[in-house]
Unconditional design. Structure first.
Lengths: 162, 784
């Protein structure tokens, strides 16, 4: 049986999996990391976005076996239990940038990747990342306010960027 | 502690959701779970000659295969909501189709297997022998007389809804001016980002059926399921976990899967889960909006509207589970903020071979507003005046409230507008828009070959549907207030707004209040979250229960502090003796002290609240109250939108959008703004991006987010958001609902703006949505 050996949120993972198992199903149903949500299963809505090798990836369009040897990070990695929210998470909370919260983890991961890029946070890059996500509740306005706040902060302020 | 209601307070539920600790339906993993998959009709209208499931039964990992025949009596028609005399031939769906399918997506077979992959493998082995019949797709098909959704309904008519006030026919005959419009609104859907889902577990040891359902009304599901499955309520718990958006789509009562999955769990004594995928959502979740209107308006030289009349067709899809709710709301909300003495509507509810229709955010109101505002635009054009002047001349004045519309709502209550500031709201919108400056800009840019347009629309939103909601408020010995309500949240923020209400009454921090949706509890009654009713109904129940609890807290504290309850006040989670700040007791100590038993871990002696000899029962620190109302309360608003249309490409760009909104007293402006803006952008999607399409044979052709385009961040226009607060006199908190407000007038306002922008081409805008190609085609038609 094919297997996947990698790290997920810094923890080593080694499992035999069916070749056809999606990364999203692997994370959610095998590793119990249910913070990654599945909204469309054809790569459009962006809810399932996780970081693979530090880059945003649609977990519903990737097989678990393809993550072999590639570190995966999910929304659960952004703030340790009991620790403060990350910069992006905190900005979302302050600004009511989520309603039902279903699409939110994917957006947080895409924006986290932008924050981790070299140099000052670029609003253009952040908005471009948001373009890859569908949110049906907020109308995006408060997400934009959160992005504005993140871009206005010096990079080292607030919780860790992930 | 006053100061919570009205505060722009970040939500209490967000920390958990942001950390990925939300618990949505598919996030619940019960040990030993099986997974269900539904085999759905591939034909829009067909007889089923045979269903062969033998291959699927033998497939690896399959534990149960259900056809309609296997269900026996359980496969009767699902409930009809809101029986009404105007329903001529109501039909509802069976859990599994047996000998006839009426839309692509109708459930035929359910397969339960060890995992979802195996269930879908087995589905490929199911053989269904269809004999296709002529399909009823468009309204014209329904009227042809040679094709039938239900063979015994020759005209495909499910219902005719109509009402009249005054004598519109006579007024239209004798009026100085009349004009008529044919108007269309096409089919759309709510599209919550989380699809539907059900998880059920029958535990034979506890003799209990536990159901998790991604629904807006777990109470109604529980009460109904108890009857349908013949499981006593005390053996049945139903709860809605975190729900990833609802928008009306998730309050169907019942979707077939909501019966089938619990039934399978009972049969197998194992947990069974069904999670809808996006394709299934597009073909089998309920939809809405499709209507065609033939409307007439009568008016005088001053633009005063004398009468409005509309005859419309309403597409209800293959079944009519919600009775007349949607077309009736269209009819009763159409006149909106305008004082029109003579009015009639008659709506014919037609069956089509498409997914069933039930309310989607707005629930018939956007169609009514579109018709009314298109008529106003046409009146203005005929009179050569600004549409805003016609609107302003016809608004109901503030002195006219309560304003009796003379119309009956579909729950048989009378539509009486409780309060409103329509003229003030409209004038505020006008001042934000600045029509004169816009016209100047429009003229100047037209000279450069650019096409700017201005549109407006107003609306009322009947909210707070009765008959009641309840709240049980309890002080526990952790010093926290627990509120049990029956209305779950699909993102509306109940955990925060209800906490704000209770905190102000009790005198504690909102963070000290915990909100539970108790729909699965043994005694839970109530209704659900729909029709912009949760804040109105449950909000007022929360306030009533909190007041009753506060009285009990003060009575207990008066014993502890040895004074009269009248001398006490509450603040910051403590009860004080007025004027003696040191004489105080915390909520936690009151709760501990109310109980004569001292539990381990309490490090100080808890005084007994009751000093009566022989009375050693605990003092109740819990209160249940209900808020009852038989009258809807009406929110309102005025929208203005400025667009630019590129006649070459048909592309519409929104330069600015103005919203003036009035939902009475606001509990949390952050949340209310969020609701209004979310609805607005959903409305922009409905006007410019979203359209459910079907081929001539009824095959749905928009079955993914790749061809049903939800708005993205690029569709968020520059926005002015302004509020009026005209409290409702009909509930203690003065609240009106707000969940649907944002979406209601958007298509109407954008339609007027596009028509205005394209006025050099004289393109009439008579349908929504409008895609760039539609606009190009319309322009082409006007060019010789």
């Amino acid at each position: 049986m094919p297997y996947v050996r990698t790290t997920v949120n810094g923890q080593p993972v080694e499992r035999e999996v069916e070749a056809r198992l999606l990364l999203s199903d692997f994370l959610r149903h095998e590793l119990d990391l249910t913070g990654t949500h599945v909204g469309c299963e054809h790569g459009v809505c962006g809810a399932c976005t996780v970081l693979v090798d530090d880059r945003p990836v649609r977990a519903c369009l990737m097989l678990a076996v393809q993550a072999n040897g590639k570190p995966v990070r999910t929304v659960e990695s952004l703030a340790e239990p009991g620790q403060p929210l990350s910069r992006v998470q905190a900005a979302f909370k302050r600004n009511h940038a989520l309603q039902c919260g279903f699409c939110t983890p994917g957006i947080l991961m895409s924006l986290t990747a932008v924050l981790e890029e070299e140099g000052p946070v670029s609003k253009e890059r952040a908005v471009d990342a948001l373009r890859g996500h569908l949110c049906r509740c907020t109308g995006y306005r408060n997400i934009m306010t959160a992005i504005d706040e993140i871009c206005a902060e010096p990079k080292e302020v607030g919780g860790g960027a992930g | 502690m006053p100061g919570n209601v009205g505060r722009r307070m970040p939500r209490l539920e967000d920390d958990r959701l942001l950390r990925g600790n939300g618990m949505y339906l598919d996030d619940i993993h019960l040990s030993g779970s099986l997974h269900a998959h539904v085999v759905r009709s591939m034909h829009a209208n067909a007889r089923i000659a045979g269903i062969d499931v033998e291959g699927a039964r033998r497939a690896p990992g399959v534990r149960l295969v259900l056809t309609g025949h296997d269900l026996g009596d359980l496969n009767g028609p699902l409930p009809l909501l809101g029986p009404h005399p105007s329903l001529l031939a109501p039909r509802t769906q069976r859990p599994l189709a047996v000998d006839r399918v009426r839309y692509v997506g109708e459930a035929i077979v359910m397969i339960v297997a060890e995992d979802r992959y195996l269930a879908e493998d087995a589905a490929d082995l199911v053989q269904i022998d269809y004999e296709p019949l002529p399909e009823v797709v468009e309204f014209d098909d329904a009227r042809r007389g040679d094709r039938f959704v239900h063979d015994d309904i020759a005209d495909n008519v499910a219902a005719v809804v109509s009402q009249v006030r005054g004598d519109p026919e006579e007024v239209i005959r004798s009026a100085p001016h009349t004009l008529a419009l044919s108007l269309d609104i096409e089919r759309s859907c709510g599209s919550p980002l989380e699809g539907r889902g059900v998880l059920a577990d029958w535990d034979p040891r506890r003799q209990k059926l536990t159901v998790f359902d991604s629904t807006q009304s777990p109470v109604a599901i529980r009460q109904g399921l108890s009857r349908i499955l013949d499981v006593p309520l005390d053996r049945l718990e139903v709860s809605a976990p975190d729900v990833g958006g609802g928008f009306g789509t998730k309050i169907m009562l019942f979707y077939p899967e909501e019966v089938l999955v619990p039934y399978a769990a009972l049969r197998l004594s194992r947990p069974v889960k069904w999670t809808e995928d996006r394709w299934e959502h597009f073909i089998s979740a309920n939809q809405e909006r499709g209507q065609h209107h033939e409307a007439v308006v009568a008016f005088d030289d001053n633009g005063r509207i004398l009468a409005v009349s509309t005859d419309f067709d309403h597409d209800t899809g293959a079944y009519v589970p919600y009775g007349i709710a949607v077309p009736a709301v269209t009819g009763t909300h159409l006149p909106g903020q305008y004082d029109i003495e003579h009015y009639r509507y008659s709506g014919r509810v037609l069956y089509t071979n498409k997914p069933p229709v039930s309310p989607y955010r707005g629930a018939g109101r956007p169609q009514g507003v579109f018709v009314m505002e298109r008529l106003i635009g046409a009146v203005a054009k005929r009179l050569g005046t600004e549409p805003w002047r016609v609107r302003r001349a016809n608004l109901i004045p503030s002195s006219a409230f309560p304003y009796d519309t003379g119309l009956e709502l579909h729950d048989r209550s009378r539509a009486i507008y409780d309060s409103g500031s329509y003229v003030e709201g409209f004038d505020r919108m006008l001042s934000h828009v600045d029509v004169e400056a816009f016209r100047e800009r429009q003229r100047a840019t037209r000279a450069e070959g650019r096409h700017l347009g201005l549109g407006m629309a107003t609306y009322v939103e009947g909210t707070g549907v009765g008959p009641y909601e309840g709240c049980a408020a309890t002080l526990n010995s952790s010093g926290r207030i627990v509120l049990e309500v029956s209305v779950p949240s699909q993102g509306q923020g109940h955990a925060t707004t209800f906490a704000q209400i209770a905190a102000d009454v009790i005198g504690c921090a909102a963070e000290q209040v915990h909100v539970v949706t108790a729909a699965g509890g043994p005694t839970a009654v109530g209704h659900g979250t729909f029709g912009s009713r949760a804040a109105v109904m449950s909000g007022n129940a929360v306030a009533a229960a909190a007041h009753a609890l506060r009285a009990k807290i003060l009575a207990a504290a008066s014993v502890l502090l040895e004074c009269s309850a009248e001398d006490l006040e509450t603040r910051d989670g403590n009860v004080f003796v007025r004027g003696a700040e040191n004489a105080r007791v915390s909520l936690a100590d009151i709760a501990s002290g109310a109980n004569p038993i001292q539990y381990p871990g309490t490090d100080r002696p808890t005084p007994w609240v009751s000093r009566e000899p022989g009375s050693d029962a605990p003092v109740s620190l819990s209160a249940t109250e209900y808020f009852r109302s038989g009258q809807w309360v009406f929110g309102s608003g005025a929208h203005g939108v400025m667009v630019e249309v590129d006649p070459g490409t048909g592309r519409v760009t929104i330069d600015q959008y103005v919203v003036v909104h009035d939902c009475g007293r606001v509990i949390n402006p952050l949340v209310v703004d969020g609701q209004v803006v979310g609805g607005l952008i959903q409305g922009i999607g409905g006007a410019l991006l979203e359209r459910l399409t079907f081929a001539d044979n009824g095959q749905p052709t928009t079955t993914s987010f790749l061809n049903f385009h939800l708005p993205t961040v690029d569709d968020l226009p520059p926005l002015v958001l302004d509020h009026l607060e005209t409290p409702s006199p009909w509930n203690p908190l003065g609240i009106k609902g707000t969940g649907e407000a944002g979406i209601i007038p958007v298509a109407a306002a954008i339609a007027e703006a596009i028509e205005d922008a394209l006025s050099p081409f004289e393109v009439p805008v008579t349908s929504m949505p409008l895609f760039p190609a539609d606009i190009r085609t319309a322009i082409d038609r006007t060019e010789p």
